[in-house]
Write a protein that binds this ligand. Structure first.
Ligand SMILES: Cc1cc2nc3c(=O)[nH]c(=O)nc-3n(C[C@H](O)[C@H](O)[C@H](O)COP(=O)(O)OP(=O)(O)OC[C@H]3O[C@@H](n4cnc5c(N)ncnc54)[C@H](O)[C@@H]3O)c2cc1C
Length: 491
């Protein structure tokens, strides 16, 4: 957790979009992959007047920015890989990959503004949401549903009471005038909802029913670790966060519209990329018909996951290919659970945000959209590392695992459950993993070098931000854009 959160804190914005001018004589560029990075490169090259074409193995844009909705399908990699087809009602969806954008990610949000993608707030934290910790480590508060509102109020109220006592007993080791002490005490009493006459913290209506939970028990349970005075500017706990209305794939669909359908070929799985001094030949296979086609270009920008690129017949140097093979990808997974009724809103008055738990389902989240409608899709599981041997089990068992654990908090979940869709990225064709986990700057620098007519532009090469954010894909795309433009202008 510590490693992950320090990583998140480093995921700063992509910086300035490169301001490029000029159009080279030889300007035909093939872009491999229509994920966020490939579409950023394509969009910017089209604006510069290049002759651009994008080859995409799937029948859709977006790559990891995938919103699973009715009709979505994939067959898991590996022996006996199961096929799922999403049967949810029209309008129901879950973002299986990227799902939230911190306000500081000006690169990707700048494109939302430029392309007119309607955005809405993604609710990351909500005081109505429950804590539910299991096991001895949570002490006396184990296996109880406790609202964030109660936790916040009780920790703040009791800490403030201690401080007020210390001030009253002249124990405060801080030079303060009598007036300052009064002002501080008044602030603590008011901020912590303390009883002004007894200067103690007691139950009060706005925290919810029941007596305050003991400070020692709250700290022992570890609930306090989830509280900060303000949300950080960066990372998974940033606020505010945003999401496109209707699903994360709306950003890539807007890019595709701007680029134009004639510049995109779907169902085109690239198999080989061969460059020489005169140009680059790319062979792709039509995934529907099996037909192979050869295209030529002056330059290629490869925006494929490196887990895929490493298996392609491509004439990059040994040094480059060794570096490419060193890049690993997360074994991220998400399971969306379609519900007949938004019971979390109707019964529990929870509107978006997450469950704060240590259950073996990673993050469990409520949709931040379509409030007060009838149905909804819960994010039943979101993990970025293995959860026991879940990935090896049949999909029905993975879903059962989630329902078993989630029903400890929401007993209604079984009765309201309609159907699930599971995305375990290591088993998803054309991804072979979640986001790149490469952190070493030297490795990122190596894989972003131009080798004659080919440059890699997928998120793993991000010079700023990190590959676990679309902002990293934008930064990587901009870097590749600049490299290919400089190379092309040299001729
Ligand atoms: C579970 C998860 C949660 C995430 N959450 C967030 C989040 O909340 N916010 C955020 O901003 N980011 C998030 N990210 C990160 C973000 O999704 C990625 O950084 C970004 O989408 C990567 O874009 P990309 O273009 O580099 O790669 P990809 O999206 O992987 O695009 C590569 C493209 O290449 C195509 N391709 C593959 N093989 C071939 C082939 N042989 N021929 C042709 N095409 C091929 C693929 O189909 C794909 O379209 C998350 C990632 C994961 C896995």
């Amino acid at each position: 957790m510590t490693a992950l959160s320090s990583w998140d804190l480093m995921a700063e914005g992509a910086g300035q979009r490169p301001a490029l001018t000029g159009r080279p004589a030889k300007a035909r560029v093939l872009i491999l992959g229509a994920g966020t990075s490939g579409l950023v490169v394509a969009h910017e090259l089209v604006k510069l007047g290049y002759d651009v074409h994008v080859l995409e193995a799937r029948n859709r844009v977006g790559g990891i920015a995938w919103s699973v909705r009715k009709g979505a399908t994939h067959t898991e990699l590996g022996p006996g890989g199961e096929t799922q087809v999403c049967t949810w009602d029209e309008g129901q969806y879950v973002n299986a990959g990227a799902w939230r954008i911190p306000h500081s990610h000006s690169g990707i949000l700048g494109y939302c503004r430029e392309l007119g993608v309607p955005m809405q707030v993604f609710l990351n934290d909500s005081d109505a949401n429950y804590f539910y910790y299991e096991g001895a480590a949570a002490g006396t508060l184990a296996n109880r549903k406790i609202r964030m509102r109660e936790v916040k109020a009780d920790i703040t109220g009791q800490v403030n009471e201690l401080l007020v006592k210390a001030i009253d007993q002249k124990q405060l080791d801080l030079p303060m005038t009598a007036d300052d002490q009064k002002r501080l005490t008044d602030f603590l009493v008011r901020q912590g909802y303390m009883d002004a006459s007894t200067r103690t913290y007691k139950a009060f209506a706005d925290r919810g029913e029941g007596d305050p939970l003991k400070l020692a028990a709250l700290l022992e349970a570890g609930f306090g670790n989830r509280l900060r005075s303000v949300p950080p500017m960066e990372g998974t706990a940033a606020a505010p966060m945003f999401q496109p209305v209707g699903g994360m794939d709306q950003i890539c669909q807007a890019f595709a519209r701007a680029i134009g359908p004639k510049r995109l070929t779907f169902n085109a799985a690239v198999e080989s990329v061969h460059q020489d001094d005169t140009g680059v030949k790319v062979v792709y296979k039509n995934t529907k018909t099996g037909k192979k086609t050869e295209l030529t270009a002056d330059y290629v920008v490869a925006c494929l996951p490196l887990s895929i690129l490493s298996g392609i017949d491509i004439n990059l140097s040994d040094t480059m290919m060794q570096a490419v093979k060193r890049v690993t990808y997360s074994d991220s997974a998400k399971i969306g659970l379609a519900m007949k009724r938004r019971f979390w809103e109707e019964d529990d008055r929870i509107f978006g945000g997450h469950l704060y738990s240590d259950l073996p389902i990673g993050q469990f989240s409520y949709p931040s959209h379509d409030y007060f409608t009838k149905k909804g899709v819960l994010l039943g599981l979101y993990s970025n590392g293995p959860i026991a041997d879940l990935i090896e089990r049949p999909i029905a068992q993975r879903v059962e695992h989630v329902l078993t654990h989630a029903s400890k908090v929401h007993p209604q979940i079984r009765a309201e459950f309609e159907s699930a869709y599971a995305v375990f990225w290591k088993k998803v064709p054309y991804s072979n993993g979640g986001y790149a986990t490469v952190r070493a700057v030297s490795l990122r620098e190596q894989i972003s070098k131009v080798e004659n007519r080919i440059v890699i532009g997928s998120a793993a090469t991000a010079p700023r931000s990190l590959p676990d954010w679309q902002e990293g894909a934008v930064a990587a795309g901009w870097q590749a854009l600049q490299s290919v433009h400089e190379r092309a202008m040299r001729g």
